[in-house]
Design a protein around this ligand. Structure first.
Ligand SMILES: [Fe+2]
Length: 281
């Protein structure tokens, strides 16, 4: 009876505290509960021995550490049984977060799961040159393979190969990627390129499959739609904020990413791990 009376007397502050706690839980969940998005990619250029090959894409970590020093994050990635892991830029945040060690922790952990390749996004270029260089050198010591407008051949156990192209974020003109595509030694090419809004340009080169991030899913997503609210370089209601797109012979896969930059919350937009299974047509 005493409690009932007390609650009646303090109705307004009790409701305010309850709503505050609900908001905290909602925002925490929005930034920390992981979504896994699976895609299948079928292509006539995919070599037969890459049938069922698993690629996991991680993008836009922005110095975030998930609970228990990423234990759950690493567990989720490991459970996807990746053959290859692609980091498509903005692993480090260039302006708002100073906890650069958080990005280093991730770079130390991730190569323990599968071979990892990494390209720069726009944020890596916002770091001081000495810091950026130190970040790459340390990551390479742990086994992360950094691609700076470079091609590498990925080989199956059967000896077949495809070409992985790492395009840096300062090279988004068609001609930059065209040079790398022309140099590729395989018919099947996968491109890592941070920014998705250049799909037309990627498609002009004839590259097969492109992985991008950058748009953070539009930061706030409109519930029950696949529409984000705002994205850098695309503005309101961005076309390219998540999902799979095709133009001519090129398929683009966009990750909503894992972290945040200036705006600290993801609303109806959980951090996303993308997993793609290749199929030979
Ligand atoms: Fe980003």
């Amino acid at each position: 009876m005493k409690l009932k009376g007390w609650l009646r007397k303090h109705k307004k502050p009790v409701i305010a505290v309850f709503l505050f706690l609900l908001t905290v839980i909602f925002l925490y969940d929005g930034n920390n509960r992981l979504d896994i998005t699976e895609y299948d990619y079928t292509g006539s250029d995919v070599p037969q021995s890459f049938e069922g090959y698993r690629i996991v894409q991680i993008s836009d970590l922005h110095n975030k550490v998930f609970p228990n020093e990423n234990a759950g994050l690493m567990e989720e990635i490991r459970a996807l049984k990746p053959d290859l892991i692609l980091l498509t830029g903005d692993i480090v945040d260039g302006n708002t977060h100073t906890d650069y060690d958080a990005a280093l922790l991730f770079m130390q952990q991730i190569p323990k799961i599968a071979p990892v390749y990494y390209v720069f996004g726009n944020h890596e270029y916002q770091l001081r040159l000495s810091m950026r260089t130190a970040f790459v050198e340390q990551s390479q010591k742990w086994g992360v393979q950094y691609l700076d407008n470079e091609n590498v051949q990925i080989r199956s156990d059967a000896g077949e190969t495809f070409t992985l192209i790492g395009l840096n974020d300062h090279s988004l003109r068609t001609s930059d990627l065209q040079k790398l595509v022309d140099r590729a030694e395989d018919d099947f090419q996968i491109v890592m390129a941070h920014e998705p809004e250049y799909l037309w340009s990627y498609a002009d080169t004839g590259a097969d499959l492109v992985f991008s991030g950058h748009e953070h899913g539009g930061q706030i997503r409109i519930p029950f739609t696949h529409q984000g609210l705002f994205a850098p370089d695309e503005g309101l209601f961005p076309r390219y904020s998540e999902g799979m797109f095709t133009q001519d012979d090129t398929t683009l896969i966009i990750s909503r990413g894992l972290g945040n930059s200036r705006f600290p919350f993801r609303i109806f937009n959980h951090p996303e791990i993308v997993a793609v299974t290749l199929h030979a047509a």
